[in-house]
Ligand binder design. Structure first.
Ligand code: ADP
Ligand code: NA
Length: 330
C-alpha cells in the first residue's frame, strides 16, 4: 500500500497565485505517482474570514477546477470539498477537547492574524482553525502532509494531538503524520516587494501573479517587477531579491537550474530577463487557464467529480471517526 498524503487549500480567492501553483500544486501532482493522495478544498476553514456566501460558493468550485486543471487526476486521487464530509467538523470537536487552551493560544498564525484585525474582528473559529486542520489530517490516517513554513506549527499540533490520543487510548489509535518537505520547492516572492512571499492576501495586486488572470496582465506584472540596483543578473537573495525571485520562477517553470539561467543571461539586461520570463509564464499558464475555464464552465462535470470525491473521502473518514468515538465513549 502506498503512503497516504493529504493536502488542502482554502477557497479564499478567484485564482490561485503562482506561489500556490509552483510551491504546492506542482508537488501535489507529482505525489500522485508515489502516494495515495487526498486533496481538499477546505471551505469550512474559509468561513473564518466571513466571506460573502455567493463568492465563497464560486471560489470553492474555482479552486477545485484549478486542482484539476493543474493535473490532479480525480480517477487516481480524491478531490473533494471539506463541507461535503461532515466528519471533519465532528472530529474537530473531539480534538478540541484534547487541545490545551494555552497550546492553541501559542499558534503564531492566530496571533498574527488577530493582531491585524483586532479582538473585535477575530472569532473563535480562527482560534481553533489548527484543530480543524488536525481533524482534516487525522481523519484519513494520513502519513505525510506537504507543508510550507507557515503551516509547520499547525502540523506540529496535529502530531501532538495524534501522539496524545495514542498515549491515552493505545498505540495505533491514530496515525501520526509526518511533514513532507520538498527540498526543491520554489518559494515565490511578491514581484513588487520581493522580500515578502507572494500571497493571495498581498497588498499590491501588481506584485501577485494570479494564475487565472488575463495573460496580458500577467505579462505586464512581470515586466514591471521591481529589480535591484546594479545591472548584473545574479542569484543573491539578500542583495538582489527581485532578480533572484525572477530567476526562481523561471527555473521552476522552465526546468533549467538557476545557475544555467545565470550563465545564459550573462551580459544581458534586467529587461531581457523580464521580457523572456513574461513569455515563459504566459506560455505555461495558457493551457492551464483554458483547462480551468473548461471545468468552471462545466458545472455538472465538476459537481460529479466533487460528489465522487466526497463519497470516497467519507468511506475513509467515517470509520476513523467511529473508531475514535468508540474510544472516547460515544
Ligand atoms: P496564500 O498565502 O496565497 O493564502 P496559502 O497560505 O493558502 O497561500 O498556501 C497554500 C499553499 O501554497 C501552501 O502549501 C503554501 O505553502 C503554498 N504557497 C503559498 N504561497 C507561496 C509562495 N509564495 N511560494 C511558495 N509556496 C507558496
Ligand atoms: Na495564507
Amino acid at each position: 500500500m502506498k503512503p497516504r498524503v493529504f493536502s488542502a487549500m482554502q477557497p479564499t480567492s478567484d485564482s490561485l497565485q503562482l506561489g500556490n501553483y509552483l510551491g504546492a500544486l506542482v508537488h501535489w501532482v507529482k505525489l500522485q505517482d508515489t502516494h495515495d493522495a487526498i486533496y481538499g478544498v477546505v471551505d469550512l476553514h474559509a468561513l473564518t474570514v466571513a466571506p460573502d456566501p455567493a463568492v465563497l460558493r464560486a471560489r470553492t468550485r474555482r479552486t477545485a477546477a484549478q486542482f484539476l486543471a493543474g493535473g490532479v487526476d480525480p480517477t487516481r486521487s480524491i478531490v473533494f470539498c471539506q463541507s461535503h464530509v461532515p466528519e471533519h467538523a465532528e472530529l474537530a470537536w473531539l480534538l478540541s477537547t484534547f487541545t490545551g487552551f494555552g497550546e492553541a493560544g501559542r499558534m503564531t498564525q492566530f496571533k498574527d492574524k488577530s493582531a491585524k484585525v483586532g479582538e473585535s474582528g477575530t472569532n473563535v473559529g480562527l482560534f481553533t482553525y489548527p484543530v480543524l486542520m488536525a481533524a482534516d489530517i487525522l481523519l484519513y490516517d494520513t502519513n505525510v502532509v506537504p507543508v510550507g513554513e507557515d503551516q509547520r506549527q499547525h502540523l506540529e499540533l496535529s502530531r501532538d494531538l495524534a501522539q496524545r490520543l495514542n498515549a491515552r487510548f493505545g498505540e495505533g489509535t491514530v496515525v501520526v503524520p509526518e511533514p513532507h518537505i520538498v527540498k526543491e520547492t520554489a518559494k515565490i516572492y511578491d514581484l513588487q516587494e520581493p522580500t515578502k512571499k507572494m500571497s493571495k492576501s498581498a497588498v499590491s495586486p501588481k506584485g501577485t501573479i494570479e494564475v487565472l488572470d488575463d495573460p496580458k496582465k500577467v505579462a505586464k506584472n512581470i515586466r514591471s517587477a521591481v529589480t535591484d540596483t546594479g545591472d548584473v543578473i545574479a542569484f543573491d537573495r539578500e542583495a538582489k531579491p527581485g532578480v533572484s525571485n525572477l530567476l526562481t520562477i523561471y527555473s521552476a517553470i522552465d526546468g533549467r537550474s538557476v545557475d544555467q539561467l545565470v550563465a545564459e543571461y550573462e551580459g544581458k539586461m534586467y529587461g531581457h530577463l523580464k521580457s523572456d520570463l513574461a513569455d515563459v509564464v504566459v506560455e505555461f499558464l495558457t493551457p492551464f487557464h483554458d483547462a480551468a475555464m473548461e471545468w468552471i464552465e462545466s458545472p455538472d462535470r465538476l459537481d460529479s467529480v466533487l460528489e465522487d470525491g466526497a463519497a470516497r473521502a467519507t468511506a475513509i473518514a467515517r470509520p476513523t471517526l467511529e473508531r475514535l468515538y468508540d474510544k472516547v465513549g460515544l
